[in-house]
Design a protein. Sequence first.
Lengths: 393, 102
Amino acid sequence: MASSYTPEVSGGGFRARVQKLGGHLAGMVMPNIGAIIAWGLITALFIPVGWLPNENLAELVDPMIKYLLPVLIGYTGGRMVHGQRGAVVGATATMGVVVGADVPMFLGAMIIGPLTAYVLRLFDNAIDGRIKPGFEMLVDNFSAGIIGGGFAILGKLAIGPVVNGLTKAAGSGVDWLLDHSLMPLVSVLVEPAKVLFLNNAINHGVFSPLGVQQVAESGKSILFMIESNPGPGLGLLLAYFFFGPKSLRPTTPAAMIIHFFGGIHEIYFPYVLMKPRLILALMAGGASGVATFMIFGAGTVASPAPGSIFAFVAVTAKGSHVGMFLGVLIAAAVTFGVAALLLGFGKLKSDQEPDDDTTSEAKTPEEIADEPAVPAQRTASEDETDSTRKENA
Amino acid sequence: MATINGKDIRKLVVACDAGMGSSVMLASTLRKQLGKTGVTVEHTPVNSIPADADVVVCHSGLAARARSVAPDKPIVPFQIFLGDPAVTKVVKAIQQGTDLNV
């Protein structure tokens, strides 16, 4: 029965679609994190308020953020759509949105790079097989040149100004949240989305573009620290280690090391998906962490990616290290406390086995087919029904 | 249930969201376990599962996307990253050349 592993050919499910869109956004940024970190470290070192102020080397800061990083993102976005040819026109067209813009054009690059590559792909498909032998290279080069150049002009005249306005509006939205001390509430949205494997989409698709704008303005940003804070995950794993189902306790120390030092947060998501009510602990921990960062005015100069404590130490802005460590520790402590409470300090009988069947042996194909959609619907509100069910049982 | 024989698996792909984090970790673990069998283990983003993969391993939270990208591939969803029984079964099937239900 071939359909047993092919139940959702259409890629159905709201979560899969959101994940896919987010995956595209993050996919344009993530291969370029190395360049973003290079820029962040140069900024942290050589700007006037940095560790080693140096006017000569600080000249690197502006061109890198304004040109290099958006062009790399446009290049990568183009490559995702149409290979090397797409990458070339994506980078070319990105120049149209970055020249003359007064904010880092990450968002503009994420739009125009793939769009230009898509148009080139349509053109390539349309003329496929119709070129007279010997003229392929002429047509290939000039089609890419004309489409890439055309979109650079379109970007400069039309897309750039619009995205410039949008980026500024998003930036002032962030400022408003900071001014009104509402930033911790962002964790309430971020933490559940994170464990549904939207972590990269949020961090690199949303926070990174806004964060670099803040770093360019003020030398540091709190936005990089919201999703990547390893504190909540550590607190959760500690709670599992002491009070979780006995069968899972031995796996948690290794998971803690991989999570906290290796920065691979995915490793703790399953522990949350097994007991969805624990998302409340992560929300509380994440919000406390963000609040601490805010009180201490902590920020990083680039995305700590992966979200390891080592990456945090490396990219934390000068003077922010105390706030950073406190934020991580408080987030871990709060998450641990709330999660321990939710796990009944290991005394709830019903909790001694994971809610979800982890030995996927027992599952029928139908269950496996349904499975991906299930955790998406398990939000905190449904959490109550979940625990009531258990008490009845 | 579709069945695939462990002997027919030449290339195992571990997929995660970005293809840079958790999949790399699991792939390096599996590469060690499958070193002697000559099976190629690769890690990729879930959006670009290669056409020559014989079996795809990914977290159950990403299985829907894996199925939409590679509808004709056997997908093995797992729950936990360390010592998941579903993954262990794949390794056993490859090592012993036994049948694997997916």
